[in-house]
Design a protein around this ligand. Structure first.
Ligand SMILES: Nc1nc2c(c(=O)[nH]1)N[C@H]1C(S)=C(S)[C@@H](COP(=O)(O)OP(=O)(O)OC[C@H]3O[C@@H](n4cnc5c(=O)[nH]c(N)nc54)[C@H](O)[C@@H]3O)O[C@H]1N2
Ligand SMILES: Nc1nc2c(c(=O)[nH]1)N[C@H]1C(S)=C(S)[C@@H](COP(=O)(O)OP(=O)(O)OC[C@H]3O[C@@H](n4cnc5c(=O)[nH]c(N)nc54)[C@H](O)[C@@H]3O)O[C@H]1N2
Ligand SMILES: [Mo]
Length: 769
């Protein structure tokens, strides 16, 4: 473990370090959420806004995709970080034309993401003309005409790229892909390509559907919940309530993580008295401090132990009824695991065999197991195989399609799952494309489009030249910052539909447009009528979201209105899709979604039910597996773990407690004991001793990447302060997006093509003073 850090250790930049916390939420969480609200929104707007957060008649939290309770909801159905996300969006600060007149783009390009975000909500459409130094105001009509001309002038529709971030509603996402496909391209990269793509790929192959199989009720009846590669205390705080309830009725929790995250250790629930003033509820019964990328080894080792135990006492471990009736590939899986090399497991996981045996004993003792995971599993070279090993273990025990058991990839953005359901994917299946054609009497392309990494390559190489973003922050969220910024600058036109200023606005194409839009919390009226939109959470529940706040400017258009007007300008008024009608009445969009997207029949009526409705999920509902074999597939995956050369560390890039992806709320990471700074790298004290680098040193992080081992390419991120921290040996951690410059564009997961943001070989280079 780390040496005891002094309570406060201040460096010359004002950054302070204190001991990491061993519990999450409680009173500081409540205070922080109120403070952020009042600072950004004022007291009255705060109270009004937070009262409607995640309520049936209110809006869906723009934070994470964790589901809301069905039936009775608490008065305050939100968490500290949800409140921060809302304050960030509902802020009273604004950026208008005076702001842009005062700040040339070149100056804005020198500002941090934090500074840019703090300036406030965008209020009117802006344009940066070729060779111009400042963004200038432009009317909506002229802006749409400019975009339309550019799109119509492209030699091929595939020269345009339509990016989506996961905040977009179902309705906007459906229209966005319809616009792209009407134009003639499947270039629909999205943030999911950098997020849970590996989960989708692994699950589709093994259980036939790329979504999680559990509901909140399953978590309520599970007797074992395993949380792998996820930091719910920060990123899904409402999940802690589920874990707390589970613990209180006797369920066990296992945490698998290189970091002892506070939210996995103990929870003080701010919604009850014990949480506010007591010691809270201990969470993890077993904490496996694994090395980065060691999870495939762990789950193979556990699978191996399960099979050994089955051989010793036949019929007690493997769920033979399930395996024989519903799965394919069991024998090959079992045979492959016989060859497991334990010395490799030791090296890859850094865990003791006793710990691994204890975990497998817990899996054997449990009748209802849920395994949850997030970015710690999805952003490695072998992510798809790793998740398939998780599935293998669950299938062996028959833990899918029964109450209290299943797979739970915990999604990121609040509607990232819904956006996929609506067709935002560069390779939607034929049935979906055919249904679109049939519904709208249009022709849509079949050639697969670019995902995020391939879009970057195409833009870098001049093969794509118009970049449109429905939300998000493409420049900062993507890997290899230098390459991605150059790729954007290489475009003839970049268009950002955004609520707030960010990095992507200040690394513009030759011409750049900013389309300011309504957010989740804003009232959306069309043709004199209040409209609502819908979202799908991490557990496939589709429900309404309706904002009530007065928009920060009367000029703002909804995302839907922007798409409809852009499409009309580009495709002409004779286009068979009724864009104008869609803009006036969102029910009309939902009627069409009901015809095209499976599971959405009678959409308008069902989504008006108090808690919305749940989408079908064949494995969960009836143990049906729509895979290539018609059964759940156990898979054989070659053993794999990252190699860390001598004198190097493996770096993960992760979120602090004070950020939402590239939106930085503040400079503290309260649970990890870091205050007032983000350029830090957490390193195990024994590694520091070996490297002869003192705690507190200022270093450059240098990543070393080679597709071809003879040609190592270096990338550098300057001036990070070293913090001695109890992370697993050999494994360092720094924050995203500051460390994105270190993630090579070509370093991606096999099959899913997701950037390897949790697996970068680096060395620390001390700076001379
Ligand atoms: N407040 C807030 N909420 C958010 C977000 C936010 O930025 N702020 N982002 C949203 C989005 S888009 C997403 S995708 C989710 C992200 O939610 P998380 O996946 O929780 O986010 P990360 O910060 O990337 O944390 C990864 C966790 O996995 C661990 N980990 C890293 N590598 C490994 C590994 O190899 N093995 C194991 N076992 N563990 C590993 C890290 O130590 C860390 O605890 O959160 C969503 N919710
Ligand atoms: N190194 C590294 N890189 C990563 C990750 C990592 O763990 N490490 N995580 C990856 C993951 S999981 C994800 S999901 C991506 C996130 O990638 P993105 O989704 O592209 O990034 P965000 O930071 O969530 O986007 C924030 C911006 O969205 C805009 N916005 C906010 N609300 C709205 C809205 O309602 N409508 C519209 N139109 N715009 C809005 C605002 O302008 C804001 O600045 O980053 C990925 N990048
Ligand atoms: Mo994400």
């Amino acid at each position: 473990m780390a040496r005891e850090a002094p309570e406060h250790d201040v460096d010359e930049t004002g950054l302070t370090v204190s001991r990491p916390k061993t519990w999450a939420a409680g009173i500081p969480g409540v205070l922080v959420s109120l403070q952020h609200g009042v600072e950004q929104m004022g007291a009255i707007r705060s109270a009004r806004t937070l009262r409607l957060l995640n309520q049936r008649e209110g809006y869906d939290c723009p934070g994470c995709a964790w589901p809301e309770a069905q039936g009775h909801r608490k008065l305050a159905e939100f968490c500290e970080n949800g409140a921060k996300a809302v304050a960030e969006e509902a802020t009273k600060r604004t950026v208008g034309r005076e702001f842009f007149a005062a700040h040339p783009v070149a100056e804005l390009a020198g500002k941090t993401d934090y500074w840019l975000g703090q300036q406030g909500r965008l209020t009117e459409p802006m344009v940066l003309r070729p060779g111009g130094s400042h963004y200038e105001p432009i009317s909506w009509d002229n802006a749409f005409e400019l975009l339309a001309e550019e799109l119509r002038g492209l030699p091929s529709p595939d020269d345009a790229v339509f990016y989506t971030s996961g905040r977009t509603s179902n309705e906007a996402a459906f229209l966005w892909q319809l616009f792209a496909r009407s134009l003639g391209t499947n270039n629909l990269p999205d943030c999911s390509n950098m997020c849970h793509e590996s989960s989708g790929a692994a699950l589709k192959e093994t259980i036939g559907i790329g979504k999680g199989s559990v509901s909140l009720a399953d978590l309520e009846s599970a007797d074992l919940i395993v949380v792998v590669g996820q930091n719910p205390g920060t990123n899904h705080p409402r999940m802690l309530s589920s874990l707390e309830q589970a613990k209180q009725r006797g369920a066990k929790v296992v945490a698998v993580n290189p970091l002892p995250e506070a939210g996995l250790m103990r929870f003080k629930n701010p919604q009850n008295v014990r949480g506010l003033i007591g010691r809270g509820t201990p969470l993890a019964d077993l904490f496996l401090q694994i090395k980065l990328g060691g999870d495939l080894a762990l789950f193979q080792a556990v699978g191996h132990l399960l099979l050994l135990a089955e051989r010793a006492a036949p019929g007690t471990v493997v769920d033979w009824d399930f395996v024989q009736e519903h799965t394919h590939g069991f024998d090959a899986y079992a045979e492959h695991l016989q060859k497991l090399d334990w010395s490799e497991v030791d090296r890859a996981t850094g865990l003791s065999r006793k710990e691994i045996a204890r975990f497998s004993r817990m899996l054997m003792d449990s009748e209802r197991t849920v395994i949850c995971w997030a970015m710690g599993l999805t952003q490695h070279r072998h992510s798809v195989a790793t998740i398939q090993e998780v599935v293998n273990v669950l299938l062996t025990r028959g833990m899918i399609g029964k109450p209290g058991a299943g797979v739970c990839p915990v999604r990121g953005h609040s509607n990232v799952q819904g956006d996929r359901t609506m067709g935002v994917w560069e390779k939607m299946p034929e049935e979906f494309l055919a249904a679109l054609e049939h519904e709208f009497h249009i022709t849509v392309p079949r050639r697969h489009g670019f995902d995020t990494v391939d879009s970057l390559r195409a833009m870098r190489d001049g093969q794509a030249r118009v970049f449109l973003a429905m939300g998000g922050n493409f420049a900062a969220a993507t890997p290899d910052s230098e390459v991605s910024e150059a790729a954007l600058r290489n475009c003839s036109l970049t268009v950002q539909v955004s609520t707030k200023l960010n990095r992507s606005h200040v690394v513009p194409g030759r011409t750049a447009l900013i389309f300011p839009t309504l957010g989740r919390t804003d009232r959306d009226q069309q043709a004199g009528k209040d409209q609502f939109v819908t979202v799908e959470d991490s557990m496939s529940v589709v429900h309404r979201s309706r904002g009530r706040l007065k928009p920060s400017s009367p000029v703002l258009l909804s995302e839907i209105a922007i798409i409809c007007r852009a499409a009309r300008a580009t495709l002409g008024d004779g286009h068979p899709v009724p864009w104008a009608e869609f803009e006036r009445d969102y029910d009309k969009i939902r009627n069409r979604i009901a015809h095209v997207v499976p599971g959405f029949a009678d959409f308008n009526r069902r989504v008006r039910q108090p808690d919305g409705f749940v989408l079908p999920h064949p494995p969960r509902d009836s143990r049906r597996f729509e895979t290539s074999t018609g059964r759940a597939n156990l898979t054989v995956n070659a053993f794999e773990a990252p190699e860390i050369p001598a004198g190097r560390l493996l770096l993960q890039t992760m979120r602090s407690h004070d950020q939402y992806n590239t939106t930085i709320y503040g400079l503290d990471d309260r649970y990890r004991g870091v205050q007032n700074g983000r350029r830090v790298v957490l390193v195990n004290p024994e590694d520091l001793a070996e490297l002869e680098i003192p705690d507190g040193a200022i270093v450059d992080l240098v990543s070393e990447w080679a597709q071809d081992p003879q040609k190592i390419k270096e990338r550098r991120a300057e001036r990070f302060r070293v913090i001695a921290y109890p992370t697993a040996r050999g494994c360092a951690a720094a924050y995203f997006p500051e460390a994105n410059a270190l993630v090579p564009l070509d370093a991606t997961a096999r099959i899913s093509n997701t950037p390897m943001s949790k697996s970068i070989v680096i060395r620390l280079e001390p700076r001379r003073a």
